[in-house]
Design a protein around this ligand. Structure first.
Ligand code: DX5
Ligand code: ZN
Length: 235
């Protein structure tokens, strides 16, 4: 699979959201939209009205990351608003399979997010019901945090299971993804990469995306799909 690069508009200029999204057209695969409700996470960002308006400003598919309580109640509306993928948090949902089915019925891909302190093991059985699994590589809630390489073990676990069962699921990483971290995430088995600061904090966001894509593509499949560990297994 080719890498998916998903710039996070959390790091963009919120007063010019339409322009910021259009600035990565032709370069980004998805636009990552971080919805935070000030309850599931302390931060507060944007919600359905903004996503609905922004949907009209671009043709890039939206990857909506819901950091909210009660996603069973709120998530399907994002699918109806035209989101390509809607990801909700495992920690906020007591029936992920039911919600994934509802999201698919509403026309979106269904994603499950695993936060920093949540083990992935209990969720491996659910992979067949999901289109994406988002492994946080920080604690969800704020952009600009330092990447935590110790969380890549979860990416390896998901990759192993997905390969064994021949699942087409996208394995996405989010948090601190940049030129100096994306290769290790790709090696662990990730194939979709969220990048906020590394794209919108760059002088040239399009160039930043191209660089991230090249780095990820150079490492994807290098070790993850065989379960081997790290670059030494390459030769
Ligand atoms: C944080 C969000 C991330 C955030 C990543 O909870 O889920 O998507 O935008 O920002 P960076 O890439 O700056 O770590
Ligand atoms: Zn996110």
């Amino acid at each position: 699979m080719e890498p998916i690069i998903a710039p996070s508009i959390l790091a963009s200029d919120f007063s010019r959201l339409g322009e910021e999204v259009r600035a990565v057209e032709g370069a980004a695969d998805w636009v990552h939209v971080d919805v935070m409700d000030n309850h599931f996470v302390p931060n507060l960002t944007l919600g359905l009205p903004v996503v609905t308006s922004l949907r009209k400003a671009t043709t890039i598919p939206f990857d909506v990351h819901l950091m909210i309580n009660d996603p069973q109640r709120w998530a399907p509306a994002y699918a109806e608003a035209g989101a390509y993928n809607v990801t909700f948090h495992a920690e906020a949902c007591d029936d992920p399979v039911a919600l994934a089915k509802n999201l698919r019925a509403a026309g979106a891909k269904a994603g499950l997010a695993i936060d920093r302190d949540t083990p992935v093991e209990p969720y491996l059985e659910l992979l067949p019901y999901l289109d994406t699994i988002l492994i946080m590589t920080i604690k969800a809630g704020f952009g600009g945090q330092a990447f935590m390489p110790e969380l890549l073990g979860k990416v390896r676990d998901v990759r192993r299971r997905a390969d064994v069962n021949n699942l087409q699921i996208r394995i996405e990483v989010d948090g601190g993804i940049a030129a100096d971290t994306i290769e290790q995430a790709a090696e662990a088995g990730a194939d979709a990469f969220v990048a906020g600061t590394a794209v919108y904090g760059a002088a040239d966001p399009v160039e930043a995306i191209a660089k991230l894509r090249a780095l990820a593509a150079g490492r994807m499949g290098a070790a993850g799909s065989t379960g081997a560990a790290g670059p030494m297994g390459l030769a």
